[in-house]
Design a protein around this ligand. Structure first.
Ligand SMILES: Cc1cc2nc3c(=O)[nH]c(=O)nc-3n(C[C@H](O)[C@H](O)[C@H](O)COP(=O)(O)OP(=O)(O)OC[C@H]3O[C@@H](n4cnc5c(N)ncnc54)[C@H](O)[C@@H]3O)c2cc1C
Length: 475
């Protein structure tokens, strides 16, 4: 959450006061077990000849024949041609949805990575598709260039981030795949195609956000901008004074987002703007500490909303809690040490403020929720399966610890988002299949047709993608 270290934990005095509140509700709450049935954080065992794989959050698992790391396109072509059964390209495993896993063969492009060159005339940079975002950002920085924006974290691979329409925040800033000006893709037959808007406009518009369903992308050519520094300001304040200012904050800052802390009636807003000011001290961002404090509050006071709110408002720091200047890539992405699962829906921009007010209300009513909600803005682009195709969107993300129940994401929140034309993040949890999706995306059926042309035997499908594209499951 990029909030500086402060006393976000419940103070000893407050905890002492709680001990003197003898109520039946408290006893009932204390007796509650939040851990969901069947939860197991450990990597599962794989039968002989198979490998165990799970994603970062631990909610997606597979037992493929192997997770293979080709070192070059020739090795990749050999794998793609000879693999028996389905194939899935995989990045850093940071998607919560089932886009990546396969019990067939999984291919990681960690061996096909790194900066290959920058065109001095246009600033366009070529990278191996397995390059991790932070490596790409650092290599660009060393050459005086940068990406226009970044997501909250930067450990994803370029191919993984682009293929699910990964985004940052900024009303005038597009999602990351919009930087693509060309790519190389390996088809199911092991053939490689060089694709650009001129050479193959349909495959270009489809392949920027492909969910890895069209083939294995091996290289990208990307638009970059001159390197720049940002000034970040983080402010914690009561939600009631804040919601009416979403439009103004979004319009006046290059990057604007906020987190709502359930049960506290407090928000932390983050704005970033370009600056020439000198780089300041690094600060002490510690998301873990914030989460620990929020969890403690829930555990101790979830039964008493008024007390929970009161305690949060007396213990949490308020006002401007951070002002910092650094390079854009150092400020925009941070580490997320605590695992979670997430559902994020992208709503038409004008629906954002009303929807987020409803979401906050619903999170507060669910007394067990403590993970913050995140709200961002993203500008429009034209990739066929981009959730931002056709207009800017407001993105609302809700989270849960993987060990707790999160079925309410699907039963209570997803239907509400769909009513207002919301589109799901492809890399995050959603329950949609082709029937719903084709009504949400004007180019959805074109994509499905192109996918069938590229991969008629469904070599690159898995059960999740079969559901998304309305095809028979392959494995
Ligand atoms: C802690 C955390 C924070 C996050 N923050 C953000 C955020 O701020 N904004 C946001 O939008 N999302 C965010 N995400 C989601 C994340 O950016 C996406 O899920 C992204 O796809 C993960 O990239 P990855 O490299 O892990 O790819 P994976 O999850 O491994 O794969 C994603 C997709 O890419 C495909 N793929 C991978 N490599 C290739 C290839 N070479 N060719 C073709 N297809 C390929 C896979 O088949 C799959 O469909 C976050 C996720 C986590 C866990």
């Amino acid at each position: 959450m990029q909030i500086s270290r402060r006393t976000m934990l419940i103070g000893a005095g407050g905890a002492g006061a709680l001990a003197t509140v003898p109520v039946v509700q408290k006893l009932r709450w204390d007796g509650r077990d939040f851990v969901r049935e069947g939860y197991d954080p450990n990597l599962h065992a794989a039968p002989e000849g198979k490998e165990a794989w799970m994603n970062w959050a631990g909610n997606q698992r597979a037992t493929p024949h192997g997770v293979l790391w080709p070192e070059n396109e020739a090795e990749l072509a050999e794998i793609v041609r000879s693999a028996a059964g389905p194939i899935r390209p995989v990045g850093s495993g940071h998607s919560f949805s089932g886009v990546a896993p396969s019990d067939g063969t999984m291919i990681h492009l960690g061996g096909i990575e790194g900066l290959r060159g920058i065109d001095p005339a246009t600033g366009e940079a070529s990278f191996g598709a397995g390059t991790m975002l932070f490596n790409a950002a650092q290599e660009l920085d060393a050459k005086g260039r940068a990406f226009e924006n970044l997501s909250d974290i930067d450990v994803q691979t370029l191919a993984g981030a682009f293929s699910t329409a990964t985004h940052g925040t900024g009303e005038k800033l597009t999602a990351l795949h919009d930087y693509i000006t060309g790519f190389r893709i390996m088809t199911p037959s092991g053939e490689t195609l060089d694709v650009s808007a001129d050479s193959n406009p349909d495959l270009f518009a489809a392949g920027k956000v492909s969910l890895g369903a069209l083939g294995v992308i091996t290289e990208y050519r990307l638009r970059t901008v001159p390197a720049f520094n940002l000034k970040r300001t983080v402010t914690v304040e009561p939600v009631r004074d804040f919601l009416g200012r979403i439009g103004e904050l979004g319009a006046t800052h290059r990057h604007f987002e906020f987190f709502y802390f359930p049960g506290t009636e407090l928000v932390a807003s983050l704005v970033h703007d370009v600056t020439d000011a000198p780089i300041s001290d690094a600060g002490e961002a510690d998301d873990d500490e914030v989460l620990q404090g929020l969890r403690q509050l829930r555990d101790a006071l979830g039964w008493a909303p008024f007390l929970r709110r009161w305690m949060a408002q007396s213990e949490f720091p308020q006002g401007v809690i951070e002002d910092r200047v650094d390079s854009s890539h150092a400020l925009l992405a941070t580490a997320r040490p605590t695992q979670f699962v997430e559902m994020e829906y992208h709503l038409p921009l004008e629906e954002g403020p009303a929807m987020v007010a409803r979401v906050i209300d619903m999170l507060d009513r669910r007394k067990e929720v403590y993970f913050p909600m995140e709200y961002r803005h993203v500008a429009a682009d034209d990739a066929w399966l981009s959730p931002f195709n056709g207009g800017p969107r407001a993105s609302i993300a809700i989270h849960s610890s993987p060990e707790e129940r999160y079925d309410f994401f699907f039963t209570e929140f997803e239907p509400m988002y769909l009513e207002k034309g919301g589109r799901p993040h492809w890399g995050k949890l959603h329950g949609l299949g082709a029937d719903r999706l084709k009504a949400l995306y004007p180019d959805f059926e074109r994509f499905v047709e192109l996918r069938r042309d590229m991969d008629p035997e469904g070599k690159f499908l898995n059960p999740h993608l079969a559901q998304v594209f309305g095809e028979a499951a392959n494995a």
